[in-house]
Design a protein around this ligand. Structure first.
Ligand code: UD1
Ligand code: CA
Length: 457
């Protein structure tokens, strides 16, 4: 790879009318990642030193998705792909080397392919990424000369019948030398079927200057899959899912039903993890070796240690150490930290809580705004009463405490070390260390009462 600077320019000003959406096309998500982010990630992985995005239609929404660190240039009117590059002229004043032009709606391009295109463009003015497809309709056709270099790109709407029969198409991805680029762009006119400034006309301008335009052909046409409709969005999701699952299986992850497993590209799954059917792992989650996730589970923005099991459960923005057991049917809401060897068993909801090593919440509980020490046992049906209708209050349960079944922990409340609460208690006062707390009415038995009623007495 040359040491020349590479700037990626991502065209994303278009409306994407065929999506029939209030949202701009490029913010639609694929495996939970906005399409444009996938394009930016590919540019970054390809080694782009700088990334600039051209925004237009509903630009606020695109900028919001990209965040403040991504440079955007506004194209006020969509006058064509050449115009979209021209509006970046000032922003590119300090860039040298090469400009990689990409489309915000092509989320499957591989960084290796982009690198190859940049490499081919070295010491040239222009290189184009092309693909051979079964159905070229709608795309610009690649016309090659007798030497094999590119003679022209003809848009579908401007093509002759002979040109329409060509099945090598323009992917819309190019690399240009920045030196002289804007002088060449200024020579492009809008005398064509759509009255637009076509970036594809750069081929003509380069040829007039006796520059050879090289085409790089994709081996795998699916990389050029563009998203213009909801059906193509779903198809892109399937293609990316297949690609990710195949990579993970290659790396030693077991995926029982790949077509029913959705793992985002930003997740890290270690070898010997087993993913069972109908499971989603998203938003930068990490799963350490030996863990079993699923079936029917969703892990979102969470860190899972080694040898954990998450069965039929949801885990959101939380973390757990090693050897934790979650589920079946449990719901771990954001900001939960489980230590090592914890259990959040069947039908348990936990929210914004810290659970110390070896602590267990085995059945039917709600634990919110709580801090549990080590080796705490929370009996079945226990709940923290953390909300009084106005504010949330905290519950502390110290190491070794044993909370009897069906205890109501009325927060704010502290349970001391090794303390025990009697089953069915409503605990609203702090419990000292090593103490038994009873917070319920004493039972009375009325002997013979049933027999007396039966005998009508
Ligand atoms: C373009 C190519 C065509 C190629 C196809 C591949 C041209 C003239 N044609 O056609 O050869 O086969 O892509 O998908 O370039 N955009 C802007 N501002 C504009 C116009 C477009 O940002 O003023 C963006 C769009 O949002 C889109 C991309 O550029 O992401 C491509 O534009 P589009 O109008 O979809 O071009 P196509 O007609 O598909
Ligand atoms: Ca398009």
């Amino acid at each position: 790879m040359s040491s020349d600077m590479v700037t990626a320019l991502i065209l994303a000003a278009g409306a994407g009318t065929r999506m029939k959406s209030d949202k701009p096309k490029v913010v639609h998500k694929i495996l939970d990642i906005p399409m444009i982010q996938l394009v930016i990630d590919a540019a970054e992985e390809a080694g782009a030193d700088r990334i600039l995005t051209i925004v237009g239609h509903k630009q606020e929404q695109v900028r919001a998705v990209l965040g403040p660190d991504v440079e955007c240039v506004h194209q006020p009117e969509q006058k064509g792909t050449a115009d979209a590059v021209i509006v970046a002229k000032d922003a590119l004043a300090d860039s040298t080397g090469y400009l990689l032009v990409m489309c915000g709606d092509m989320p499957l391009l591989r960084p290796e392919t982009l690198r190859q295109l940049i490499e081919v463009c070295r010491d040239r003015s222009m290189a184009v990424l092309t693909a051979t497809v079964d159905n070229p309709s709608g795309y610009g056709r690649i016309v090659r000369d007798e030497t094999g270099s590119i003679a022209a790109i003809v848009e579908d709407k401007d093509a002759s019948p002979a040109q329409l029969a060509i099945n090598e198409i323009n992917t819309g991805i190019y690399c240009f030398a920045l030196d002289g680029l804007f002088d060449r762009l200024a020579k492009i006119g809008d005398d064509n079927a759509q009255g637009e400034y076509y970036l594809t006309d750069m081929v003509k301008v380069c040829r007039q200057e006796n520059e050879v335009v090289i085409g790089v052909q994709l081996n795998e046409a699916e990389e050029a899959h563009g998203v213009n409709s909801r059906a193509q969005l779903a198809q892109a999701g399937i293609l990316l899912q297949t690609r990710i699952n195949e990579r993970l299986m290659e790396q030693g992850v077991s995926i029982v039903a790949p077509s029913m497993t959705w793992i985002s590209p930003d997740c890290v799954i270690e070898s010997d993890v087993e993913v069972l059917p109908n499971t989603t792992i998203a938003k930068g989650s990490t799963i350490a070796s030996g863990s079993i996730i699923g079936p029917n589970s969703r892990v979102y923005a969470s860190q899972v240690g080694e040898n954990c099991s998450i069965e039929e459960s949801i885990v959101l923005s939380s973390s757990m150490g090693d050897r934790c057991v979650v589920g079946p049917y449990s719901y771990i809401r954001p900001d939960v930290e489980l230590g090592d060897d914890c259990k959040v068993g069947a039908s348990v909801e936990v929210k914004k809580s810290v659970v110390g090593d070896g602590s267990k919440i085995p059945h039917l509980s709600y634990v919110g705004d709580a801090t549990l020490g080590k080796k705490v046992n929370i009996g079945a049906g226990t709940i923290t009463c953390n909300y009084d209708g106005e504010k949330k209050s905290a519950t502390f349960v110290d190491d070794g405490a044993f909370i009897g079944s069906d205890t109501m922990l009325v927060a704010p409340v502290n349970i001391g070390k090794n303390a025990i609460t009697a089953a069915g208690s409503a605990i609203s006062d702090d419990v000292p260390d090593d103490s038994l707390a009873l917070g319920r009415a004493r039972q009375t038995n009325k002997e013979g009462w049933v027999a007396q009623r039966r005998e009508g007495k």
